[in-house]
Design a protein around this ligand. Structure first.
Ligand SMILES: [Zn+2]
Length: 200
């Protein structure tokens, strides 16, 4: 199975035909897709001006989409490295931490679905790297009451999500499943209550 970097080389290689270059970009999303495969594809296409179904896209736009993805991946992998390093030290010092952050990381290691968007057409609009920086900042500070990406407080608990965890607080503004570790217990309770109001 080709890794992200060799797929990225395929996307850039002008000797490849455009259909293969486009296919390789889609394969990159199987390795790294913060919103999930379909929503991240939708996002990259709209930012780079690519037609989601266009089989012979403008190569410059294809590379622009790849660059956006690569920048975001670099941000995320740097965070994971720092996180792993911190955990190693804490273990060495015999420190124990509440499990929620670790549990969440186990499900998202490598950056797939860190800001899962269950509806592929509803996702944050800003640069992917900026969105991840905001998410990381939230993971590194005390839990809060609103969406770490768009700061909206309209969170509603959703079930039957197409990704693990299969239920969680979803931001009604930007569409991400908000990682539970960034929310206070009160905010989680509030999201569950909002769910009841929606379904009532
Ligand atoms: Zn949001």
């Amino acid at each position: 199975m080709a890794g992200f970097r060799s797929l990225a080389r395929q996307v850039r290689d002008p000797r490849n035909d455009l259909a293969l270059r486009r296919y390789s970009l889609r394969k990159c999303l199987e390795r790294f897709a913060p919103y999930g495969h379909r929503a991240t594809w939708d996002h990259l296409c709209s930012r780079a001006g690519l037609g989601p179904e266009d089989r012979s896209p403008d190569p410059a736009r294809l590379v622009a989409a790849l660059e956006e993805l690569e920048e975001a991946r670099a941000v995320w992998l740097a965070y994971e490295d720092a996180f792993a390093e911190r955990r190693r030290k804490e273990k060495h010092d015999g420190l124990r931490r509440p499990g929620t952050v670790d549990d969440w990381h186990r499900l998202t290691w490598g950056g797939f679905g860190v800001a899962w968007c269950d509806d592929p057409s509803v996702h944050p609009t800003g640069a992917l790297a900026d969105v991840l920086r905001r998410l990381i900042a939230a993971l590194e500070r005390d839990p809060g009451a609103c969406c770490p990406v768009c700061a909206d407080s309209g969170l509603v608990w959703m079930h039957d999500l197409a990704h693990e965890p299969s239920s969680g607080p979803v931001c009604t503004h930007c569409g991400i499943v908000v990682p539970r570790p960034v929310l206070t217990a009160e905010a989680l309770t509030e999201a569950r209550r909002a769910r009841l109001l929606v379904s009532a």
